[in-house]
Design a protein around this ligand. Structure first.
Ligand code: ADP
Ligand code: ASP
Ligand code: MG
Length: 414
């Protein structure tokens, strides 16, 4: 058995009014706002969109490595920081970017206002550190946009139904942007980042990786949840549910990036024949793999879900259950397993390499070629799991990079 779990869909259009044609949501990642010059460049880009007549919402990440530095700082002060206080701390990074960008826009002669997630009406559940958006109350943004003001929303954060500041998990500004695009009835959502788009593999690992012009929501969801860090998984889930087209593109260069949209919209004239067999090889260098004995699956996975552990692959044989989950979920998973009183162990030496492609559905032989390629490279897969458009192999962390390169070459993706 193999399962990929996705989170529930937020009611982002709960109080959305009629769609406002001409609204654009432009999200800029950490590198794109990394220093004062880059922030001024972002300000110019937002102003240019405004001058073209759009209603402009900018969603910004924290500058450069700010989030990592804040997390480090917290752990220097306390080994186990309180989750509420951690959210109070790390949500500050995005506020800094937005306030600075607003100042830069003022200097360009335009109106701009920065808003925290809470001020922007991003309402979440109460899970600190990985909250889910449950609603977007966009009235204040609409009012500002109606006045011609450029609105800067601090990404990655919201206010919980218990009135606490929450954050959405690493990469969460993507989710903020897409949820706002859905709630505001924007035509599409632009994700500006430090690469030209979504590639057939991480371009930092595989230099000849190819930029993909179009990717379907389903493929991108598999790619992101399997480790392609360019988009947060949750953001694609929201985009698919609300049919918000995404355009991933470069902050530093002009030109088209990668469009992410419904599969049929990708190539309407030749829907199936044109489909790439494999779109990409994605990886994560670490994923904790648990082995549990003598637990009832319903009780086990119910308890893990309750603890917000994002379970990925599940394999069950007789009384033994093996499952994987993100490294950062390990404290929650360990506590849950201890509380259940089951006997368990965990491996920290595995990563995962996944082949993703919509064409896989109709082409046999992908699994055979995957195994042959890994074998030729001397790499042994500990666990293999599949979905109709994905084959995922857990391999030793030390072999992950070689596995990606070998598979990328074997499937001629460069
Ligand atoms: P941002 O700060 O803009 O959110 P991220 O670091 O979150 O940027 O995401 C961009 C990075 O994602 C790229 O620099 C790239 O190394 C990485 N990445 C991983 N896999 C892919 C892929 N398949 N295509 C493009 N980028 C990828
Ligand atoms: N600043 C947050 C992070 O580094 C959120 C984001 O950039 O999307 O994870
Ligand atoms: Mg990101």
């Amino acid at each position: 058995m193999s399962a990929t779990e996705y989170e529930a869909v937020p009611a982002v259009d709960a109080d959305a009014e009629a769609p406002h044609v001409g609204t654009v949501v432009m999200k800029f990642g950490g590198t794109s706002v990394g220093d004062p010059d880059k922030l001024r460049r972002v300000a110019s880009r937002l102003v240019a969109a405004r001058e073209e007549g759009h209603r402009v919402v900018g969603v910004l990440s924290a500058m450069g490595r700010t989030t990592d530095e804040l997390l480090d700082l917290a752990h220097h002060v306390s080994p186990t920081p309180h989750p509420r206080e951690l959210d109070m701390l790390v949500s500050v990074g995005e506020r800094i970017s937005c306030a600075l960008a607003a100042m830069a826009i003022h200097d360009l002669g335009h109106e701009a206002i920065s808003l925290t997630g809470s001020q922007a009406g991003i309402v979440t559940d109460t899970v600190h550190g990985k909250a889910k958006i449950v609603e977007v109350r966009a009235r204040r943004i609409h009012e500002a946009l109606d006045e011609g003001t450029i609105v800067l929303v601090a990404g990655f954060q919201g206010v919980s139904t218990a009135f606490e500041v929450t954050t959405l998990g690493r990469g969460g500004s993507d989710t903020t942007a897409v949820a706002l695009a859905a709630a505001l009835g924007a035509d599409f959502c632009e994700i500006y980042t430090d690469v030209l788009g979504v590639y057939s593999a991480d371009p930092r690992l595989v230099p000849d990786a190819r930029r993909l012009t179009h990717v379907s929501f389903d493929e991108m969801l598999e790619m992101a949840s399997s480790g392609a860090g360019v988009l947060a998984t949750r953001s694609i889930e929201v985009a698919r549910s609300h049919n918000v087209r995404l355009h991933v593109r470069s902050s530093f260069e002009e030109g088209d990036g990668t469009w992410i949209q419904e599969e049929d919209a990708v190539s309407p004239e030749k829907p199936v024949l044109e489909k790439a067999l494999i779109s990409g090889v994605v990886h994560q260098r670490e994923e904790t793999v648990y082995r549990v004995d003598g637990a009832k699956p319903a009780q086990l996975f119910g308890a893990l879900a309750h603890a917000s552990v994002n379970v990925d692959t599940i394999v069950q044989t007789n009384a033994e259950i093996v499952f994987s989950a993100p490294v950062e979920d390990k404290p929650d998973a360990a506590r849950t397993l201890d509380d259940l009183g089951v006997s368990w162990s965990a491996r920290d030496d595995l990563g995962k390499v996944s082949l993703v492609g919509a064409g896989m559905k109709s082409h046999p032989g992908v699994a055979a070629k995957t195994f042959a390629t890994l074998e030729a490279a001397g790499i042994e897969a500990a666990i293999v799991s599949t979905s109709p458009i994905k084959i995922a192999c857990h391999v030793p962390s030390a072999d992950v990079d070689n596995a990606v390169k070998a598979l990328h070459e074997a499937f001629e993706l460069g």
